[in-house]
Design a protein around this ligand. Structure first.
Ligand SMILES: NC(=O)c1ccc[n+]([C@@H]2O[C@H](COP(=O)([O-])OP(=O)(O)OC[C@H]3O[C@@H](n4cnc5c(N)ncnc54)[C@H](OP(=O)(O)O)[C@@H]3O)[C@@H](O)[C@H]2O)c1
Length: 200
């Protein structure tokens, strides 16, 4: 795996649920602002499902290099954007820094990280921003988790698709900060975890 300082950012309900039917089943502007603040100016990696879930007018997420991973060879993340495959190498005529690229190779987290690594500029960080499939592969190699606890229990009885954040694993993470605020519909707790390194 590429040596990169990777963070994950996610919002979960009381049961660790992150999404239903391709969307997020709550609307908490304070959490959206928090997400914006934390990731602003950095690199965000997401699965194609999450990209699809972002309304067109809001994507690519501004002021962040958006990296979308897909297994589809001919997927075009955004028709009006300079999107290019990571393995297209240099395009001297193109912009130095397109704000969206897509990765369409099999072991895509590795390639997405390699792409992020190549484009990383000073003081930038790399975040995996979802969804469930991407969190599953990113969590084991992440060093930091920004986890928002939304104090609700989503009713999943009518949902066709339900997505959860993976188990973080006991004793693997150190809670380094926690802040609770009143959100629009529920209490929100912003937690930050750092990985605990098991020394050699
Ligand atoms: N609460 C939160 O913080 C939060 C954040 C983000 C998303 N979400 C929610 O999470 C749900 C989406 O999660 P999801 O698991 O369905 O989708 P996802 O992880 O966003 O995207 C899955 C897609 O990513 C591509 N992919 C995944 N692993 C890959 C790999 N190893 N190599 C290449 N491509 C790979 C595939 O795209 P192709 O099918 O194109 O090949 C796959 O279908 C939605 O409900 C969304 O709203 C919640």
């Amino acid at each position: 795996m590429i040596d990169i300082d990777l963070s994950v950012i996610v919002a979960v309900d009381r049961n660790g649920l992150i999404g239903t039917d391709g969307g997020i089943p709550w609307r908490e502007p304070q959490d959206m602002r928090y997400f914006q603040q934390v990731t602003d100016g950095h690199i965000v990696i997401m699965g194609r499902g999450t990209w699809d879930s972002i309304p067109e007018k809001f994507r690519p997420l501004p002021n962040r290099l958006n990296i979308i991973v897909t297994r589809q060879e001919d997927y075009v993340a955004h028709p009006n954007l300079e999107v290019r495959r990571v393995r297209d190498n240099k395009n001297p005529q193109g912009p130095k820094r397109p704000n969206a690229v897509y990765v369409n190779v099999r072991n895509s987290l590795r390639h997405a990280l390699s792409c992020a690594h190549d484009k990383l500029q000073a003081r930038e960080q790399v975040f995996v921003i979802g969804g469930a499939q991407l969190y599953r592969v990113a969590l084991p190699v992440a060093n930091r988790v920004y986890l928002t606890r939304v104090d609700i229990e989503v009713d999943v009885s009518g949902a066709k698709e339900v997505a959860y954040f993976p188990e973080m694993g006991e004793n693997a993470w150190d809670l380094v900060s926690t802040t609770t605020v009143e959100g629009k519909t529920s209490k929100l707790t912003f937690e930050v975890y750092d990985r605990i390194y098991q020394g050699p």
